[in-house]
Write a new protein. Structure first.
Ligand code: NAD
Length: 975
């Protein structure tokens, strides 16, 4: 199939963030009168009893969960080890990781009274031994201890490999097919769906590797022949994010140009072999896109392989839109005259979906918050799939005995063909019982066909999968978990799930910060009705130049603000706080308008703009709360007869000077903090971004701030800024910008006669990230690309220096290089743009000169292509330099420096400290004690562990540095 043009984006599905109960109504209503639940219980009770009488073997997933529940310290430690240990190449680090994780759990205790002696022995003996041999901390142990430690680590590695082996059918497709043949020997009706393990591709090379492995698997499975039917033969599951680095809604054009033809190639092979090929489901933000891709492929199948009935899609019942997805897939089948296979699952990304919605301030969740709602939804989707039996062949993936019995009942009533699916290494007990079904029993047609979803791959790739499955099934509410818990009776286990719960299980994202402070409203740019108003605002916004104030006008403004001070300071605190809250609400409601301004004036990408407006809203609400909490009169203890009260009040006129890189959020944060404390404010934005600042000051006036309490003063820093600072009425300065300007301001203030004027300064940084060999390379590269290149590196928190352990450096650098090459560097007004231009010609010249110098003195590692000739674009680059000390000054652009490190981590932290800045630091390690120690040693304001290091959230990650990076107080924090 040749590369195709993306069809226009359209919303096929309902809004993804509906009120939960309301959205559930459709699912409930569709089940009305459909299910005889007592009959379900009757069918499933013997299965449950039989499974309990004959517990799963020690190596089954349910045994592991029972032995070491993930909610326990032991479970967590085991999961962490399983996830990380096998990829650590150097022995020293492996010892440190094992000591760290095993040291924080009590495995002796956990294995006490265990029914699974072998597992207990396997894990616990190595683990208990480790207590004797592993160093308690990372201090260098003696030789004997080191030898002992290595033995323990080797034993632990072996234990984890053995454990992992139970969950892959084979390391290669050939091995897996052999294993499948063995199982088929026991039960000829078993089918398999092979899943080639792997995470999403970060580089084009990864994607090509996955593509080749899928191709090879299909060919190996069929040996060039043709199966009788996709239902009766083994199939394959593919993950689209493995086949293309940018399988994202914002990259639609590229998805259709590159990914769709790739998948079409695989589809063609599967069709020729007449086997089932299922596209696995991924995150909610890809759901609409996945249907567009599915339909494009369906059109191709209709043209080339109209007889093939093996094309399939997985549908996740935990999505609030799942029922609509089922209908849409059926509609696609009808439109193209095809029949599809649909795998119904519960869904594996629940935690991630919840977190994303909270962080993004969305109106609700895209998934059900109650487990029982997912159960209801699952049954409703099952019934709907069966109702579409003419065009869909349902494949029900579940380990829940009640759900299985319900499906069997529904299917018999509908007279529809279907199959059941389970994961390899899981649910064997329940399925053993289901498959025992007597053909002579009521209904009489014997057990339904069963397919095993079978991961294939190396251990390294297995573990991320395993962790996901453990998370999915390890929750206390999961059926698998409860089945293993004898305190839960069969009756409770099989109770009808059809009773919805009125309130969501979690506060909705707007209520994340409790009742007093509403989370700022965000927008999901993958949802058309949410992004259209933003794109329209961008298209309609024009930024006209505005006149600058003269130093004389600045003086007059200072006079006005000085006169206004007394009246403003006398306003009750509650009134001042109310004005901030009103301003926050007004701004919250004008997200689109301000995004338009920020894209056009600040040259920021839309995603950055949404985050910035939200930060400004948060500042207004947070400082209102903090003021009421901290500035109220505080009675103090004292001797009898005395009344001591601490009273705080404003100082006078505060001069607030801000940079262009957060022209709304930093500007607003400084101004409202000073204002609510009872100061009047002279607010000077950066020369490059006066318009958005003016609009915000107007909004403050609209919210009730008097015009003689806050004034906008646009002008050059050297004249207007300097005049404001030097003005005798200036009672305090709040500054964010470069270290050099902060020094100039400090000198001016120090040279003034009269009262000593305080300066709060937030300045630049030379921010590093330390990566050791336990870190997950994919996670590292995601964090590095975002931290170093997002916002074109024009964030004070941006990553400038990546310090990667020598034992993993080559791999990480290769992945970083590939990921950088996939960035889209273009006009910020385009949705697809990842990296926009730098702020102006002067910035461009400075950054370009630095890059030129590096080209002569350092090794170029990575460089992104420019997508267009849009002005002032700088291609993100990474250079390897020889030492930390080579880094001298902050380069405010998308330029990353990389060094390799080895040995102990302390000297590295000391070198970073010696740079003199202290803003942000990233740490990527699975050794918790190491992360803690680095954080304790580093002289920086904010340390981020195993995540990116930008985007501090107000009231959640108070932000501010030390040393050359600032005077200490934190924005968005109580100090
Ligand atoms: P800048 O220092 O050039 O300008 C900042 C502000 O200071 C502008 O409003 C400017 O007009 C004003 N100014 C310049 N000279 C002045 C003078 N002599 N007297 C008074 N005011 C004067 O910084 P920038 O280029 O706008 O911003 C980028 C810098 O800001 C980077 O160094 C970045 O790290 C830093 N920054 C720090 C933080 C933080 O929180 N630590 C946040 C954002 C940006």
């Amino acid at each position: 199939m040749p590369s195709i043009t993306a069809p226009p984006a359209r919303a096929r599905l309902p809004h993804p963030y509906p009120p939960e109960l309301q959205a559930l109504q459709a699912a409930r209503a569709s089940l009305e009168g459909q299910l005889d639940w007592p009959a379900v219980q009757q069918a499933a009770t013997p299965w449950v009893n039989a499974v309990r009488a004959q517990p799963a073997p020690f190596w089954a997933m349910e045994s592991l969960l029972r032995e070491y529940p993930i909610s326990s310290a032991e479970g967590l430690a085991l999961m962490r080890l399983a996830e990380a240990l096998l990829r650590v190449p150097d022995a020293e680090t492996a010892v440190a990781l094992t000591a760290d994780q095993l040291g924080r759990a009590d495995f002796d205790e956990a294995s006490e009274g265990s029914q699974h002696k072998l597992l207990a022995q396997l894990s616990a003996s190595a683990i208990a031994m480790s207590k004797k041999f592993l160093p308690g901390s990372e201090h260098p142990p003696g030789l004997l201890q080191r030898l002992g430690a290595r033995t323990v680590v080797a034993a632990t590695v072996r234990a984890i490999q053995l454990l992992g082996r139970q969950f892959v059918l084979g390391r290669s497709i050939e091995e897996a097919m052999d294993a499948a043949a063995g199982q088929n020997g026991a039960l000829a009706s078993l089918r398999f769906s092979y899943d080639m393990l792997g995470e999403g591709a970060r580089t084009e090379r990864d994607a090509e590797r996955y593509l080749a492995s899928y191709r090879h698997a299909i060919t190996a499975m069929t040996g060039g022949g043709r199966a009788a039917s996709p239902m009766a033969s083994d199939g394959i599951s593919i993950k689209l994010s493995a086949l293309f680095t940018r399988y994202e809604d914002a990259q639609r054009e590229r998805v259709f140009a590159t990914l769709v033809p790739r998948v079409a190639g695989l589809v063609g092979l599967a069709a020729a072999a007449n086997i089932n090929l299922t596209i696995d489901a991924e995150e909610a933000e890809r759901l609409e896109l996945s249907l567009d891709v599915f339909e494009a492929l369906a059109a191709d199948i209709a043209a080339r392989h109209p007889q093939w009935q093996g094309f399939g899609l997985a549908v996740q019942a935990y999505q609030t839109r799942s029922l609509a997805v089922v209908d849409e897939v059926a509609a696609i089948a009808q439109r193209h005259g095809l029949k599809f296979m649909v795998r119904l699952v519960k869904g594996a990304y629940w935690d991630g979906e919840i977190k994303r919605a909270q962080e993004a301030g969305l109106p609700g969740y895209p998934v059900w918050t109650h487990k029982t709602h997912t159960d209801i939804s699952y049954l409703a989707c099952a019934a709907r799939l069966l109702a579409h039996a003419g065009v869909l062949y349902p494949q029900f993936a579940t380990h829940n005995a009640g759900t299985i019995a319900a499906i069997v009942q529904l299917a018999r009533k509908a007279g529809a063909a279907f199959e059941l699916q389970r994961l390899h290494g899981m649910g064997e007990g329940v399925y053993r019982e289901v498959l025992r079904q007597d053909p002579a029993a009521p209904g009489g047609e014997g057990p339904p066909p069963v397919r095993i979803y079978a991961p294939v791959g190396e251990h390294r790739d297995l573990l991320a999968y395993l962790v996901r499955r453990l998370l999915e099934n390890g929750a206390n509410s999961s059926f698998v978990h409860q089945l293993a818990d004898e305190h839960v009776s069969a009756g409770q286990l099989l109770a009808s799930p059809l009773q919805p719960v009125a309130e969501p299980a979690l506060p909705l994202p707007p209520a994340l910060y409790g009742a007093s402070r509403r989370n700022a409203t965000g927008a999901d740019l993958t949802v058309l009705p949410m992004r259209e108003p933003l794109l329209q605002a961008v298209a309609q916004t024009q930024v006209e130049p505005v006149a600058m104030a003269t130093p004389a006008e600045a003086g007059a403004a200072m006079q006005r603000l000085a006169s206004g001070f007394e009246a403003w300071a006398a306003r009750p605190l509650a009134e001042r706080a109310a004005i901030l809250r009103r301003a926050g609400d007004l701004l919250d409601a004008r997200l689109a308008e301000y995004c338009g301004l920020l894209v056009k004036e600040g040259r920021k990408t839309l995603g950055d703009c949404v985050a910035e407006v939200r930060e400004a809203v948060d500042f207004c609400r947070y400082y209102a709360d903090q003021a009421e909490l901290r500035l109220a009169d505080q009675p103090l203890p004292g001797p009898t007869g005395e009344s001591n009260v601490l009273r705080l009040h404003g100082r006078g006129v505060f001069v607030c000077i801000s940079p262009w890189n957060f022209p709304l959020a930093i500007f607003a944060g400084q101004v409202v903090a000073a204002l609510v404390a009872g100061n009047t404010v002279a607010a000077k934005p950066a020369e490059q971004t006066p318009v958005v600042a003016r609009r915000f000051v107007a909004l403050l006036h609209e919210a009730g701030a008097p015009t003689d309490a806050v004034a906008w003063l646009h002008g050059p820093g050297e004249t207007v800024g300097a005049a404001l600072v030097a003005d005798p009425r200036c009672a305090g300065v709040c500054f964010t910008g470069s270290t050099a300007v902060a020094r100039a301001i400090h000198r001016t203030l120090a040279g003034k006669d009269g009262p000593i004027v305080p300066l709060i300064a937030e300045t630049g940084g030379l921010n590093a990230m330390i990566v050791d060999s336990t870190a997950l390379p994919e996670q590292v590269v995601d964090a590095v690309v975002q931290s170093a290149f997002r916002s074109a590196g024009q964030r004070c928190s941006a990553l400038r220096l990546l310090c990667v352990h020598e034992s993993v450096a080559d791999g990480v650098i290769e992945m970083l290089c590939g990921a950088t090459a996939e960035l889209r560097v273009d006009d910020p007004a385009l949705l697809a743009t990842d990296v926009g231009p730098v702020i102006d010609e002067q910035a461009l010249a400075g950054i370009t000169a630095h890059i030129q110098r590096l080209r002569g003195s350092a090794r170029l590692l990575a460089e992104a292509p420019l997508a267009s000739a849009h002005p002032q674009l700088v291609a993100p680059v990474a250079f390897e330099i020889a030492s930390v000390a080579e880094l001298k000054e902050e380069i405010f652009g998308p330029v990353l420096h990389v060094v390799r490190w080895g040995g102990s981590v302390e000297p590295l932290v000391a070198q970073i400290n010696a740079l003199g800045y202290g803003l942000t630091l990233g740490v990527q390690t699975r050794i918790d004690s190491r992360a803690q120690r680095i954080a304790a040693l580093a002289r920086v304001g904010n340390v981020y562990v195993n995540r990116n290091m930008i985007g501090a959230v107000v009231g959640v990650q108070p932000f501010g540095g030390e040393g050359l990076s600032g005077t200490g107080p934190k924005a968005g924090g109580p100090h």
